[in-house]
Design a protein around this ligand. Structure first.
Ligand code: FE2
Length: 415
């Protein structure tokens, strides 16, 4: 059996094991605050966004995953297999605090996809947390009926404090090969990281929620994502398919935009959405995309962001964008990114651009064309996939690119 086949079989085993997550974590607090007459089994099978559910097993479709872990707050995202009222229990010693999603006077409920923010956290503190959901089996006016309450496993995360260094792992171009997460992260060994950046094209195209779960969320929560945050940089393949307009809901983007910037350690991080690779008028897109305008809007935002005082103390500026502005052929997406973003990268002294897209890994040092290094991770086939380790402190910024056979195929440092 070749390696890809073996990995597919391994994934099938993982998937069937995951089917039991909900049942194993169910606890005996069923309908704790309700008279027994109001507890009833879920009467019908529901199928929402492609998620198959059964009539008698309310459960979690995913383990929780962490987004936007800051000094004082974090977003916890998780999915149940039918509609529910969900919350997070947490605390530094015990699980004595509770967070729900409140909006317009409502506590969010009758939903299955949850993003719950924990606020007022203490910097530099390890917290325990677990997610909980109470199934809603009937939601009629004046007749609200709850079913089982389930609890997830207890996980931990640690808030940051006065970081003078930052480290992360960067993966790109997985292209619907969930086994690649385990393969690539197994190369990491003891390197400590604060977050993982998924630098685009995790998928070939977007089909439904189940694809997001099986090909990204589950392989990530199996390894790290319940305890370390990741950020999802949109690649051109995430813009394709019938579910492409829904995927933003599954990741907690700051200001609900695919492009954003933040400060962590000595780095001003900039995440850009490089859009599609062909022109908007290309027949493959059917006249329903406008990525030129979207990139132009980002260029205006980016200049403004570079000028903000918030980032003036940062020692480095690092850009994550799926399509690199150079070394990526001469299709429209590359050239448009070069035209719009490259002059800003030069003017505002960007120290490094980290990308994917080409499926040809490479470290491209500064040249006549660009004064900043362009780091391009490889993928998606076995033998061409890479893990990028990034670390920056006051002394140095360093990236190391490791191929899936363990060989270091690129390294670059900025003093
Ligand atoms: Fe791509």
């Amino acid at each position: 059996m070749n390696k890809d086949k073996r990995n597919q079989s391994k994934n099938k085993q993982l998937k069937s094991r995951r089917g039991f997550i909900g049942n194993l974590s169910k606890v005996a607090v069923i309908g704790a605050s309700l008279p027994m007459t109001q507890i009833m089994a879920k009467p019908t099978i529901q199928s929402e966004n492609g998620v198959e559910t059964s009539a008698d097993s309310f459960g979690f479709s995913t383990a929780p995953y962490i987004q936007n872990l800051m000094e004082n707050s974090v977003d916890i995202v998780f999915i149940t297999n039918s509609k529910a009222h969900s919350w997070v229990e947490y605390g530094s010693e015990d699980l004595d605090l509770k967070a729900e999603d409140n909006l317009d006077g409502f506590i969010q409920a009758n939903n299955h996809l949850n993003t719950i923010r924990l606020e007022d956290l203490t910097p530099g503190t390890t917290y325990k947390y677990r997610v909980a959901s109470r199934e809603i089996v009937k939601f009629d006016p004046y007749d609200l009926v709850f079913g089982d309450t389930i609890m997830g496993d207890v996980h931990t995360f640690r808030t940051s404090k006065d970081m003078n260094s930052v480290s992360c792992l960067i993966l790109n171009d997985i292209h619907d090969r969930p086994y690649s997460f385990a393969d690539l992260l197994s190369l990491n060994k003891g390197f400590q990281y604060d977050f993982v950046a998924l630098n685009g094209d995790m998928f070939d195209y977007q089909t439904d929620e189940q694809q997001l779960i099986d090909h990204l969320i589950a392989p990530c929560t199996d390894i790290f994502a319940s305890e370390k945050p990741f950020l999802m940089v949109r690649g051109n393949h995430e813009t394709r398919g019938k579910f492409a307009r829904n995927i933003k809901d599954y990741f907690a983007y700051p200001d609900s935009e695919y492009y954003f910037s933040f400060k962590q350690g000595p780095v001003h991080w900039v995440v850009l959405d490089s859009g599609e690779d062909k022109t908007d008028a290309d027949k493959e897109y059917g006249g329903i995309v406008s990525f030129d305008a979207f990139r132009e809007k980002q260029a205006i935002w980016l200049e403004n962001e570079f000028q903000k005082k918030d980032y003036q103390g940062c020692k480095y500026r690092v850009v994550l964008m799926h399509i690199p502005p150079f070394h990526s052929g001469d299709w429209h997406g590359t050239l448009h990114c070069r035209k719009l973003f490259h002059p800003l990268f030069e003017r505002y002294n960007v120290d490094m651009v980290i990308s994917g897209h080409t499926h040809r890994y490479g470290v491209h040092p500064p040249s006549d064309a660009h004064t900043y290094p362009v780091i391009i991770g490889g993928g998606p086939k076995t033998g061409n996939r890479t893990l990028i380790q990034f670390k920056a402190d006051e002394e140095q910024l360093n990236v190391k690119m490791i191929r899936d056979d363990g060989l270091v195929v690129g390294e670059y440092s900025v003093d």
